[in-house]
Write a new protein. Structure first.
Length: 329
């Protein structure tokens, strides 16, 4: 898988800080947390920063039909929703399961999940970085045994924190390694649920270039390989944050071709499924992720313009200082 070659490192201080933040946000009502996220995201949309720049560029690429004003509004909304998702981690990872159940506000397409489970062929749930994907853990464990394929963080203490938080429900976390994939195949063979986040950029050896919103994106081939090998049923799912602050879980039928023998065709189908979900609530997608970082040979990454602007700002700042002075009058 390639992830096995990345050695973890220790950072107890960072883990303690993360734990303190989770504990603090878990102690207050989720409506307060979401309000704070809206405020912080709104501020982030007004102050120059990398997340805002990446989100604005991604949205401009993916929604060329929108006006500058519409893109600015959508960028602000996306930063607000992303901040809410981050701050909601305290509740998702620390609240009692019974309390999390109170955040459910309906389900759409649950019959699709039931049909997949009744096939006894295993079900691959594809959950884009849309809405609050951590909310899916407790929701799905009420339906069937869940195995979640994930990419471990480089910090060992943070990995332990994630495993403990997600494991509260009985969810089994399988790292994106050969061993983890074997665990996934075993689960599907037993007719269980497997959750995969399909919109992360894989290592080059584990992906192919396929269109996402019409833009070439390095896309994982793992999903297609798993589906071909197991005959499992694919289904998209995400937890859509509602105006009430609660979540509506939405299941979306997967497009044909996810298990195609042609890797590019299968990857394009996978991206089409992610795109269909994103269009249902584009403001809740993680647009601050560099989804188009790796490009086909001969194609320049779209983020180069951001690096060029940053370099120009640094050069401009240094040129304002005269040699041998502090830069002050």
């Amino acid at each position: 898988m390639g992830a096995e070659s990345k050695a973890s490192k220790s950072s107890p201080g960072l883990a303690r800080l993360a734990g303190a933040c989770l504990a603090a946000t878990a102690r207050v009502p989720i409506s307060w947390v979401q309000t704070l996220g809206q405020v912080l995201g709104g501020l982030g949309s007004k102050i120059p920063n990398q997340e805002r720049a990446i989100a604005a560029l991604n949205l401009k690429l993916c929604f060329p039909e929108l006006s500058a004003k519409e893109l600015e509004h959508l960028t602000r909304r996306s930063l607000e929703e992303s901040a809410k998702t981050a701050l909601e981690l305290g509740a998702m990872w620390r609240w009692p399961i019974e309390r999390l159940v109170e955040l459910e506000e309906g389900v759409e397409g649950e019959a699709l999940l039931q049909q997949a489970l009744e096939s006894n062929r295993g079900t691959v749930l594809l959950a884009p970085h849309l809405g609050n994907w951590e909310f899916l853990n407790h929701f799905l464990m009420h339906r069937a045994q869940l195995v979640c394929l994930y990419r471990p963080p480089r910090i060992a203490e943070l990995d332990a924190m994630i495993l403990q938080a997600r494991g509260r429900t009985g969810c089994i976390s399988a790292p994106a390694t050969r061993g983890g994939v074997r665990r996934v195949l075993k689960a599907l063979g037993a007719g269980e649920l497997v959750l995969i986040l399909p919109d992360q950029e894989p290592l080059k050896a584990n992906g192919v270039s396929a269109p996402f919103f019409g833009i070439p994106a390095l896309t994982m081939t793992l999903v297609a390989r798993i589906l071909r090998r197991t005959g499992a049923q694919p289904l998209f799912v995400f937890a859509h944050r509602q105006p009430s602050g609660k979540f509506r879980v939405r299941f979306v039928k997967a497009p044909d071709g996810l298990d195609d023998s042609d890797e590019v065709t299968a990857a394009a189908s996978l991206n089409a499924g992610v795109e269909a979900c994103v269009r249902l609530c584009p403001e809740q997608y993680l647009w601050s992720y560099k989804r188009f970082k790796t490009t086909p040979p001969g194609v320049t990454t779209p983020y180069r313009v951001l690096w060029s602007k940053r370099k120009a700002r640094r050069l401009g700042a240094s040129s304002q200082k005269k040699p041998g002075t502090s830069g002050k009058d």
